[in-house]
Design a protein around this ligand. Structure first.
Ligand SMILES: Cc1cc2nc3c(=O)[nH]c(=O)nc-3n(C[C@H](O)[C@H](O)[C@H](O)COP(=O)(O)OP(=O)(O)OC[C@H]3O[C@@H](n4cnc5c(N)ncnc54)[C@H](O)[C@@H]3O)c2cc1C
Length: 491
């Protein structure tokens, strides 16, 4: 079989031998020296009649990936710029923190979502972040990312890319509300590397607490897992943790099983987007599973303890921060009109009305106040549907002759984007979940909690996983965990 794989690989590379991005038309290799040791080089503008229009997409999240999937690559060259080369299937990310699922199962390489970016001449993926946008010259300024985190170990390489159409889909960032110590000591839960960090820390603390000579107090601290934020992510993560403790820690770390605890701290109600009945059910389930629910506001985060507003000190070994999202520094730095909440303001067609050919979708965007529409929630279902809608719109614009820069100003765009909420789901551990398929808390429709909801939750997400490969991974991971328990090796 190895020879077959090698043959397939070499024929694929022969078929797809595309020119280097740095040799396509309009490229300037070392035009101007930039600060920080890099050079500005990049992809120059396209020529109508000679080149396909270039669509530049910033981000490989739900919005950007759904957009790229729907773009007709016979019409556009697609250039995707993002600090990560995969999409994260976020609804299942919490399950990877305790080993219910493997990390690979929730990450979908962008080249599988839109194969053209790794095979078509003129289409590319660049592992980089966009630093600024110049809408007058239709150019984005970018710098390479080498390790995916905020601080790169290597000097970034700076380059520019000209666009005919630009879609900003760079998502949002975890909110810290300016609370001291959060960024230094807490772990967010947004990316696969966060889930990896949580798993490593959890297993490290479990092993450290078993070492001879550790005091009782230190053991309790190390094994105290504190989750800040009682939204769906915080609740689902707490549920996963308690499942891990009940099933795996009790069996395989029996020396320390009585020391490990989960505390969920929320300033208001947990799961405030669900109605009272479902919230009460979730509270009961979490409490039954041993999760301590505390109402409080975090004032200060120190290396081994947090301080609440009322002065209570809460020692922790693992601190996970999940208190919602806000605009990233990149989004805040852009000189475009903003929607309430500081996201990029868009009109009903997801355009940024003050400039030509620039669109924004997903968590980084919101309707401008002048549209009279509410800012939509930061949800995958919003981002995904905006991506799908915009792909259709851009295809239609190109077919009508408006694909190149500054050619679409007078085109009729058709129906605007309309969002219809499909409902919400959240697991609470112990094979239980909440499912609310109503448009709003007050509307009529299906809303239920318990094992059947859990089954619906699992089935729904299994069918939503992007590829058959990952669907297969997820199903196998669930089956393996059910039969053998979670993997507790600290790799
Ligand atoms: C743990 C978790 C569970 C969730 N569960 C659910 C759920 O069950 N249901 C639901 O509807 N929603 C859920 N969400 C919310 C959902 O994931 C987000 O609303 C969705 O990811 C938003 O999609 P997006 O494409 O706008 O942004 P993201 O998915 O965040 O993607 C943003 C992309 O932009 C890239 N980027 C960032 N800065 C730059 C830059 N300067 N230049 C270029 N690229 C950049 C990022 O690397 C990333 O690839 C969950 C979120 C989390 C974190």
């Amino acid at each position: 079989m190895a020879w077959l794989r090698t043959l397939a690989r070499s024929s694929r590379s022969l078929l797809s031998s595309k020119p280097s991005p740095w040799s396509v038309s309009g490229f300037h290799s070392t035009a101007t020296a930039a600060g920080g040791g890099g050079f500005f080089s990049g992809l120059g503008s396209t020529e109508a009649g000679k080149d396909k229009p270039r669509l530049v997409v910033l981000g490989t999240g739900w919005a950007g990936c759904r957009l790229m999937k729907g773009i007709d690559t016979k019409l556009y060259d697609v250039v995707c710029i993002s600090p990560r080369n995969h999409m994260v299937f976020t609804p299942l990310l919490a399950s990877t923190c305790v080993g219910t699922l493997e990390f690979r199962s929730v990450a979908e390489p962008v080249g599988r979502i839109q194969p053209s970016i790794s095979s078509a001449p003129g289409s590319y993926f660049f592992l980089a972040r966009c630093a600024s946008i110049d809408p007058d010259s239709h150019t984005v300024h970018c710098e390479t990312v080498t390790d995916g985190s905020v601080k790169d170990t290597l000097e970034p390489w700076k380059f520019k890319v000209s666009y005919d159409k630009l879609v900003i889909a760079s998502g949002a960032e975890a909110s810290t509300f300016g609370i001291r110590g959060v960024r230094e000591h807490a772990i967010f839960l947004r990316e696969v590397h966060h889930a990896q960090e949580i798993r490593r820390k959890l297993l490290l603390n479990l092993m450290l607490s078993d070492v001879p000579g550790i005091s009782e107090e230190e053991k309790r601290r190390l094994l105290h897992c504190v989750v800040i934020g009682g939204g769906p992510t915080g609740v689902e993560f707490s549920g996963e943790l308690s499942d891990f403790i009940i099933r795996d820690v009790h069996e395989r770390y029996s020396h320390v099983k009585d020391y490990i605890h989960v505390t969920l701290i929320e300033a208001n109600e947990i799961l405030s987007s669900f109605d009272v009945r479902l919230r009460t059910y979730a509270t009961k389930q979490l409490t039954k599973s041993g999760v301590r629910l505390v109402r409080g506001i975090v004032k200060d985060v120190q290396p081994e303890k947090i301080i609440l507003n009322d002065g209570t000190e809460v020692p922790y070994g693992l601190l996970v921060w999940s208190t919602g999202v806000g605009p990233s520094p990149f989004i805040s730095s852009l000189q475009f009109p903003k929607s309430p909440g500081g996201r990029i303001g868009v009109d009903e067609w997801l355009r940024i009305p003050s400039v030509q050919d620039v669109f924004a979708i997903g968590d980084c965007s919101g309707f401008l106040e002048s549209t009279g529409r509410p800012v939509l929630p930061a949800l995958a279902q919003v981002a995904e549907r905006q991506g799908k809608y915009l792909a259709g719109l851009l295809n239609q614009v190109c077919r009508a002759g408006g694909g190149h820069a500054n050619r679409a100003a007078n085109l009729e765009l058709g129906a605007p984007f309309v969002y219809r909420h499909l409902g919400s789901m959240a697991t609470v551990g112990r094979y239980k979940a909440l499912v609310d398929l109503r448009q709003s808390k007050e509307a009529k429709g299906l809303s239920l909690a318990g094992f059947i909801s859990w089954f619906i939750w699992r089935s729904a997400y299994l069918t939503r996983v992007i590829s058959w490969r990952n669907r297969f991974y997820v199903a196998i991971n669930w089956a393996t965990t059910f039969v053998f328990g979670r993997d507790i090796s600290r790799i």
